[in-house]
Design a protein around this ligand. Structure first.
Ligand SMILES: Cc1cc2nc3c(=O)[nH]c(=O)nc-3n(C[C@H](O)[C@H](O)[C@H](O)COP(=O)(O)O)c2cc1C
Length: 208
């Protein structure tokens, strides 16, 4: 019998229940920086009571992003916004996790809500950036089921070694923010929490 609403412990991390929100790309970051959108988006899952909330695939390098809207952890400035997202999740009693990602041959695509295909000239006019993806082979990415994923030939990288250091760096940037902390006031108003961080200027100001 599945005990959906019972606690579960994974590697010493206790979840209030077994409801896990899987990583789901929202394509709404700016230059790899999370925005207030992410605070609301992830906060609402925690407020809904999920035991574990995964933050969407988060890129370890700028060129490893699948789309222009992917969050990243390739530079230090991106950590604070992510820390705030994690705080919102934890302040409501959920645990936070993250999916660290390099898009490889899938990089440099349209945001899903703009077509999920190759970036077009219209996308570039709208401010999107296009770059040559790097991946384990130089074979373009179309698949029979998803022909729209056809992209320019990626630049082949000799091995995964080139993303090892960025991946380690991103993981170590994420780790202190994701680490379980003392239980917070589950379901309480985070505004009353003494550990609530001071929100700085909107993270979306990173472009300015
Ligand atoms: C909008 C959306 C975004 C997604 N983004 C990611 C992602 O960032 N990383 C990932 O591994 N899977 C992603 N997925 C796949 C989901 O995490 C999940 O594995 C998939 O929806 C199947 O889950 P289900 O069997 O519970 O329906 C995404 C799915 C959706 C619907």
């Amino acid at each position: 019998m599945v005990k959906l609403f019972e606690k579960a412990v994974f590697r010493g991390v206790e979840l209030n229940n077994r409801i896990v929100v899987s990583p789901m790309g929202m394509y709404s970051a700016e230059n790899g920086y999370v925005t207030p959108f992410h605070l609301v988006h992830y906060g609402k899952f925690a407020m809904g009571g999920a035991g574990l909330v995964f933050v969407e695939q988060t890129s370890v390098t700028r060129k490893g992003r699948i789309t222009n809207g992917d969050p990243g952890l390739w530079e230090d400035g991106q950590i604070e916004g992510m820390r705030q997202v994690v705080h919102v999740i934890k302040a409501h009693g959920s645990k936070a996790a993250i999916q660290i990602n390099h898009g490889g041959r899938k990089s440099s695509q349209q945001r899903a809500f703009r077509g999920n295909g190759p970036l077009t000239d219209r996308d570039i006019e709208m401010g999107e950036e296009r770059w040559t993806p790097t991946g384990p082979s130089d074979v373009p990415t179309p698949t029979p089921s998803r022909p729209c994923w056809s992209v320019s030939r990626p630049r082949k990288v000799p091995s995964v070694r080139s993303v090892r250091m960025p991946a380690l760096r991103a993981a170590s940037a994420a780790r202190p923010t994701m680490r379980p902390s003392r239980p917070t006031t589950s379901g309480g108003n985070p505004g009353t929490s003494t550990s609530w961080p001071t929100f700085g200027p909107p993270v979306s100001s990173c472009r300015g």
